[in-house]
Ligand binder design. Structure first.
Ligand SMILES: [Zn+2]
Length: 213
């Protein structure tokens, strides 16, 4: 289980926060307050929330989960994520784990986002769909693409499948880093006709330098 020292050191996120992406704000912005990033560019998801700030302590929990073996924290994590997601969880029609990058799926047989989604679904008494979001490897030629286009092409795209039309979907992932993965998930779900797309993660990067996973 989680050591008491670690428990005490974890930083739980909550209000005041950006009502879109959940970024901690210094002052209560009131209903509808958004952070600078969301004011400049509205994300494809309706909201994103995280239970913990992604620091060295939260990183330990995430790595224990990622490296296999440690599923003993899942019941606890799902309780935290249920509290963080609140209304977006209670109104969700189903939960969908963010798909793992295909290069990683090739060497690992599990997806920690799926474990979190399953545990959260159990906690909330909601259905979850393991295959609602998948990574598709693009087979388009790299010829004539810029460096960043190549990276995207190689990285593959996210596709939504199954009956999504008119549904409220809660996407579940382990860490919100730049939000790019959750944006891609939300775009795919919206394209497939989802009415609302929300997201919840175990942890969230709250400082720009905190991106090592
Ligand atoms: Zn924001």
């Amino acid at each position: 289980m989680i050591e008491p020292e670690l428990w005490g050191a974890l930083r739980f996120l909550g209000d005041p926060q950006c009502h879109v992406c959940g970024f901690p704000l210094p002052d209560d912005p009131g209903a509808g307050g958004v952070c600078g990033a969301c004011a400049g560019h509205k994300p494809a998801f309706d909201s994103a929330r995280a239970a913990l700030a992604y620091d060295d302590h939260a990183r330990k929990l995430v790595l224990d989960l990622k490296r296999g073996g440690r599923r003993d924290g899942l019941a606890l994590f799902s309780g935290w994520m249920a509290a963080a997601s609140g209304e977006s969880l209670s109104k969700a029609d189903f939960l969908a784990p963010a798909p793992m990058h295909w290069t990683r799926l090739a060497v690992r047989s599990f997806n920690q986002a799926a474990w979190l989604a399953q545990a959260l679904a159990q906690t909330a008494g909601k259905p979850w769909r393991a295959g609602a979001l998948t990574r598709v490897k693009r087979r388009r030629s790299q010829e004539g693409l810029s460096a960043s286009e190549r990276r995207r092409n190689v990285g593959g795209a996210i596709r939504a499948s199954g009956n999504v039309r008119g549904k409220i979907v809660l996407v579940v992932d382990d860490v919100f880093t730049t939000g790019a993965t959750l944006e891609a998930c939300a775009r795919a779900l919206r394209k497939a006709g989802a009415a609302e797309v929300h997201a919840v993660t175990l942890a969230r990067v709250v400082r720009p330098i905190d991106i090592s996973i």
